[in-house]
Design a protein around this ligand. Structure first.
Ligand SMILES: NC(=O)c1ccc[n+]([C@@H]2O[C@H](COP(=O)([O-])OP(=O)(O)OC[C@H]3O[C@@H](n4cnc5c(N)ncnc54)[C@H](OP(=O)(O)O)[C@@H]3O)[C@@H](O)[C@H]2O)c1
Length: 373
């Protein structure tokens, strides 16, 4: 172990003493350190960090499932966030492929993200691929609470129900810490707080939906995440990878807690999580960039990055399959869950902790000034 690492570990240990919230931090840091040490390639924590056997075995119980197995979606009103990443420069966004597949299956699709020009082009391409498809773009910035509120108001004005919300949009952190317009750390704001607030604001519409579902986009890197309530905004010792991993654990906590609360309160809302494995999208280039370790792998190990259309399948399974279960978690079943057709993914231990999830949920309700009630 190098000197700075030892010192950091000691700092972590000191920090970890104390209340029960810090216990979760300790678990996270231990697991993250162990994972990173084990991670020879370190494509994502999921590739080599968790023991290929355990994760490869996950999902074996699902029969092969592709976009051709999506049941007819006619009449279903759907929102997919982050769906404007149409194919360009050898990569495309996962949300785009989800929106395309759902439109092909007959759903009425709203794609929601920041860049309108790319959104309009995504709509044009989907309509060209699926003539007659009902698809439109709406501007939404998940890192801006007022934008979420305005989007939800427009959605309410446009119709009285919503059947499916796919919280797909997300970012990786950049080398230095950035904050949202509301003062939240940018990765937390975009990946976790934003989708949570959006889901809360759209819940009245989902309540009127037919078999309504929310699907939350996580990552195999959620296994390396942890929740430090003392520094949710990463004000001390910002690390882009930690910001991302924590946000993706956060998504899993929210997905599981949403399912629990829905059952307990009779919301009739099914909440499911999924991850795409490792896919050739813009997330690294728009995030930590080519000089990061992820950028190195992007440049020099291109075969690690699967086709985003395939990466979109676990979310599509979670969103449409009658066999997908509330509180379930789905991801690719091949090569240490980094690629392939959908299977059942293993939930990180922290994501199974209902007390942690409840505290996280209530914290986000406070920060986002929303309530699911
Ligand atoms: N690619 C992978 O290997 C991988 C692995 C695990 C998990 N994931 C997850 O998959 C999801 C999709 O990522 P991707 O890989 O498809 O990346 P991507 O190609 O970079 O797409 C990200 C999408 O999110 C949108 N977005 C970013 N910031 C936003 C904001 N503030 N408000 C609304 N929309 C925003 C972007 O559109 P605008 O810029 O126009 O807003 C874009 O459409 C993310 O949640 C990511 O964490 C990806």
């Amino acid at each position: 172990m190098t000197e700075p690492t030892m010192q950091k570990d000691k700092e972590d240990e000191r920090h970890d003493k104390g209340d029960e919230r810090s216990e979760s931090t300790a678990r996270r840091r231990l697991s993250r350190r162990s994972i990173l040490r084990m991670s020879a390639l370190g494509v994502t924590a999921g590739v080599v960090g968790f023991g290929g056997g355990r994760l490869t075995a996950a999902g074996a119980e699902l029969p092969d499932w592709t976009a051709a197995d999506i049941p007819p979606q006619n009449g279903r009103r759907v929102i997919v966030t982050g769906a404007n990443g149409y194919p360009r420069d050898g990569r495309s966004g996962l949300g785009y492929h989800q929106a395309l597949a759902l439109a092909v299956a007959g759903a009425d699709v709203t794609i929601a993200s920041r860049n309108k020009e790319r959104g309009d082009e995504a709509v044009r391409r989907i309509q060209a691929a699926a003539p007659g498809a009902s698809v439109r773009f709406e501007t939404l910035d998940l890192a801006d609470l007022s934008s979420i509120s305005a989007f939800a108001t427009r959605m309410q004005a446009a119709g009285d129900r919503l059947d499916l919300l796919i919280n797909s949009a997300g970012v990786m952190g950049r080398a230095t810490r950035e904050v949202s317009i509301d003062g939240f750390e940018r990765v937390f704001a975009t990946n976790t707080l934003g989708p949570f607030v959006l889901s809360a604001r759209l819940r009245p519409l989902l309540q009127n939906g037919s078999s309504p579902r929310i699907v939350w986009m996580s990552s195999s890197r959620g296994h390396a995440g942890g929740i430090n309530f003392d520094d949710l905004q990463k004000e001390t010792g910002y690390d882009y990878a930690r910001a991302y991993d924590d946000s993706k654990l956060g998504d899993l906590l929210l997905a599981m807690e949403c399912e629990r609360r829905s059952k307990a309160s009779g919301w009739r809302l099914t909440s499911i999580a999924a991850h795409p494995g490792v896919a050739r999208t813009s997330i690294v280039l728009d995030g930590p960039g080519l000089d990061s370790s992820e950028g190195f792998r992007w440049r020099y190990i291109p075969m690690l990055w699967q086709d985003p259309a395939q990466g979109a399948l676990p979310l599509l399974y979670a969103a449409t399959s009658p066999q997908a279960t509330g509180g379930g978690y789905y991801g690719p079943k091949g090569l240490g869950t980094t690629r392939g057709l959908p299977g059942v993914a293993i939930l990180p231990e922290n994501a199974r902790d209902p007390r942690l999830a409840a505290t996280y949920w209530e914290t986000l309700e406070r920060l986002g000034d929303v309530s699911f009630r």
